[in-house]
Write a protein of this length. Structure first.
Length: 434
């Protein structure tokens, strides 16, 4: 094992500890019929935690990690040592990665795939030793300059072919490592100007690409979920996967709504002008909820800041919708979160995750109590109680007509009066739990 975190002991649940510990997250505690670890299914993101160097648009990297600049296989293996040491300290049940995170770029597709499989050999051993599992893998089709016009939507068919080969290799490695999901994030799948864009062609390419991914999943016997991660605006001005509703429309167009689910991120929801709980609730309603990336955005900034979550009320409302929909299946809580560029110490990386895990534990427990107490569902049922009458249900029956409903309304002389939505009272109820 690496010595990067050598002075940090594995974290324990100890609410009274002075040093690093879990103050609220007790993996063994039973919440809503499951261990807290099984409810939350935490995953550590390889990219922000181990690859990002602290750079921003105005300055170079501030982090100096032993495996930087991670352009050799020796450094990739040193990074894997540090990664699994961190997973062990955090007692993280899962991790997630892009192919680009775990192996350096080679001179050819074949070299990229050879290196990815070599690292997968390392992962297999370490996963067996630590018990850490793979929540999901994904191929990076956005960082290299070849992807500046997209992967699946690229006007160059050779880039489309390169992307197909990269996804096949990464999907097969994810399958080999018994990953629970495979994610496609179309960071460059969009356009900057209509002056050089054929919208229909690009959407058709994207739809066919995703269909082929699903076909290959079944061919190799991968039982995990295929997930799309919605994101608006950034980095492409007009993203084809803007939000949950947009992605669902895309899936319906290509007949994939029963094959593909969504990985929803808090920061992306905010960028789309929504709340996290809205995006989760809509995905649940449409039957495409899969997993989440947990983080937070700076509300004073107009971009995706990927900070660690620290707002219990926001997190509680997100987990409320997850629990209300039946909880995670194969999905989980992936920390797509990064340190601030001034947080240089190894301890900062552990503390950030530990604090976030505590916040999520508090949020999920609050959500579970609200559900157990019928705190919100009771008032919700009361609000729609009128629809439980035989007459009201009949208005939605397949044989009902607009004319019949209108005639009945006019004959009965109804005079509907508004009823309070009780929003402030409901907000007060939520605040009692969080």
């Amino acid at each position: 094992m690496s010595s990067y975190f050598s002075d940090i002991e594995p974290l324990r649940y100890d609410p009274d500890a002075e040093g690093l510990s879990f103050r609220h997250y007790d993996p063994e505690r039973q919440v809503a019929g499951k261990r807290l670890e099984d409810q939350l299914r935490f995953a550590v993101a390889y990219w922000h935690s181990l690859v990002w160097d602290g750079s921003d648009p105005f300055g170079g990297g501030t982090f100096q990690r032993p495996w930087f600049p991670h352009d050799t296989m020796e450094q990739a293996k040193a990074k894997a040592d540090a990664a699994f040491e961190m997973f062990r300290i955090l007692r993280a049940p899962f991790f997630a990665f892009h192919d680009h995170d775990v192996r350096p770029e080679g001179d050819s597709l074949q070299e990229n795939h050879r290196r990815l499989n070599e690292i997968a050999d390392v992962f297999e051993v370490k996963m067996a030793e630590t018990g850490t599992r793979l929540l999901w893998g994904t191929a990076n089709l956005f960082t290299h300059r070849r992807f500046m016009s997209g992967g699946a939507t690229n006007p160059d068919p050779d880039v489309f072919a390169w992307s197909a080969s990269s996804v096949r290799a990464c999907l097969e490695v994810t399958h080999r490592l018994r990953g629970e999901n495979y994610v496609l994030w179309g960071g460059r799948e969009g356009y900057e100007t209509l002056l050089n864009t054929d919208l229909n062609r690009e959407l058709e390419q994207m739809g066919r690409f995703l269909s082929m991914v699903v076909e290959h999943k079944h061919k190799i016997g991968f039982e995990g979920q295929i997930l799309i991660e919605p994101k608006p605006q950034e980095p492409t001005k007009h993203q084809y996967d803007y939000d949950v509703a947009t992605v669902y429309g895309f899936l319906k167009r290509f007949g994939l709504e029963n094959e593909v689910k969504l990985n929803i991120e808090q920061g992306h929801a905010i960028l789309a002008g929504h709340s996290f709980e809205h995006e989760i609730a809509l995905a649940q309603t449409l039957g495409v909820f899969g997993s989440i990336d947990m983080n937070r955005n700076d509300y004073q900034s107009g971009w995706d800041t990927d900070q660690f979550p620290n707002n219990v009320p926001e997190v509680a409302l997100a987990y409320y919708e997850i629990l209300r929909g039946g909880g995670f299946g194969r999905g989980g809580t992936n920390f797509d979160s990064k340190l601030r560029r001034q947080s240089l110490a190894p301890e900062d990386l552990i503390a950030a995750h530990a604090g976030a895990m505590d916040v999520c534990a508090r949020g999920l427990e609050a959500a579970a109590r609200m559900i157990a107490d019928d705190a919100l569902e009771g008032p919700r049922r009361d609000r729609y109680a009128g629809w439980e009458t035989e007459t009201a249900r009949g208005m939605l029956a397949p044989d009902a007509s607009l004319a019949d409903i209108a005639d009945r309304a006019e004959a009965s002389g109804i005079d509907p009066q508004p009823r309070s939505g009780r929003q402030e009272i409901l907000e007060n109820i939520v605040n009692r739990y969080v």
